[in-house]
Design a protein around this ligand. Structure first.
Ligand code: NAD
Length: 351
């Protein structure tokens, strides 16, 4: 077991049983809520229950999936907390991927003005990214994460064994954030990653700590995203628009799949701005090989642009991007025109 210390909390990496019992003893909580979905109830909860020992818990099960990261599901969670007489002296453990982490943390932080919560991320994406940095929230009016807050958890517990029951598609989706961390902050890690033919759990475990450290260093330097933290948005301005656009379609995209496409488009924008002089093709080919292509036509361009405009990363009417200077080095607060964005979507579609 090792841990990564942030200013206000620790990320425990590896077996967490003793530390968890320690938090429970020190907190002397009235009761413990555990939020799960139908997958983590089967694949992850039995392990956690053993580690909880005789502590009495109330399981709150929600339906998995981004389409359920809504105020309706929050109402169900709050209702269950209310029925059980929940309050500020309770603890919530969010046992799941980024959807449960974001939404469970949001519910715990707002119920009766907030109780402690522990993030127990069970997907690669949530272990390296979503559970670190205190961003909580839900989707609203078809805009991803448009309602939420910054609030740090009591602790984050990353148990790599949880990754073994993830589907290959979900594992690959999580890898997109590992790739993003390399592209914005570590040329050496990008070089190593590019050697991977097919992403497997062993690769995920290999890059877990390094990737968490990249995110940790960035969020600690800028907890409320007033500057540097924006580099983490690389791939996300166009990626979120693609994800939102596909959300209610017959073929919704996983978060990482949309971000992979977004990273290709935003690397293209970087090149058009005179940055990233020689790596666009390598980045494009690697991401396409791993993720394939997500399909969208020119008829979605105006909706995609409208979604980008709504993005909460924009302070003004201009659309804000993070671009790459080179692999391992990113620049935030970059602006691209509508024509340039459309050209980047054309570039992607023509691959
Ligand atoms: N807060 C942040 O800083 C931040 C950063 C990045 C992403 N996010 C958010 O994270 C969300 C995506 O997270 P995600 O990719 O983890 O998706 P997810 O939470 O939807 O989980 C993906 C699927 O995997 C299943 N699952 C989870 N753990 C499992 C396990 N161990 N074994 C088997 N199945 C398991 C879930 O039930 C679900 O069906 C998005 O909503 C995104 O906005 C937040």
């Amino acid at each position: 077991m090792s841990f990564i210390k942030l200013d206000e909390y620790k990320i425990h990496l590896g077996y967490f049983g003793e530390d968890l019992r320690d938090y429970l003893d020190k907190g002397n909580y009235n009761q413990v809520f555990i939020i799960v979905d139908e997958h983590t109830r089967v694949d992850c909860l039995p392990f956690l229950k053993v580690e909880m020992g005789s502590v009495s818990t109330k399981i709150i099960e929600i339906q998995s999936g981004e389409t359920n990261k809504t105020i309706t599901t929050c109402t169900q969670i709050w209702q269950k907390m209310m029925e059980r007489g929940g309050g500020r002296r309770d603890l919530t453990i969010n046992l799941g991927g980024g959807v449960i982490g974001d939404m469970g943390g949001f519910c715990a932080s707002t119920f009766k003005r907030g109780m402690d919560f522990i993030q127990m991320p069970t997907t690669l994406l949530s272990q390296v990214d979503a559970s670190v940095g205190g961003k909580l929230g839900i989707d609203f009016a078809e805009i991803k994460n448009s309602i939420g807050l910054f609030k740090n958890p009591l602790a984050v517990m990353v148990w790599p064994e949880f990754l073994k029951t993830l589907s290959p598609r979900e594992l690959r989706s999580g890898f997109a954030e590992v790739i993003k961390h390399s592209l914005i902050a570590s040329a050496a890690q990008w070089t190593e990653l590019r050697q991977i033919e097919k992403m497997e759990v062993v690769h995920a475990i290999k890059f877990l700590e390094k990737s968490i450290l990249i995110k940790k260093n960035i969020v600690e330097a800028d907890p409320f995203e007033s500057g540097l933290r924006k580099v983490l948005n690389f791939g996300h301005t166009i990626g979120h628009a693609l994800e939102s656009n596909a959300l209610n379609s017959d073929e919704p995209l996983l978060h990482g799949e949309a971000i992979a496409a977004g990273m290709i488009c935003e690397s293209y924008l970087s090149l058009k701005k005179g940055l990233l002089p020689q790596d666009l093709d390598q980045i494009t080919q690697f991401l396409l090989k791993q993720y394939g292509k997500c399909e969208f036509g020119t008829d979605s361009y105006s909706r995609l642009l409208a979604l980008m405009q709504q993005d909460k990363k924009n302070d003004t009417t201009e659309i804000n991007f993070t671009m790459l200077k080179s692999p391992g080095e990113a620049l935030f607060n970059q602006i691209a025109s509508e024509e340039e964005i459309i050209a980047s979507l054309d570039y992607y579609r023509q691959q």
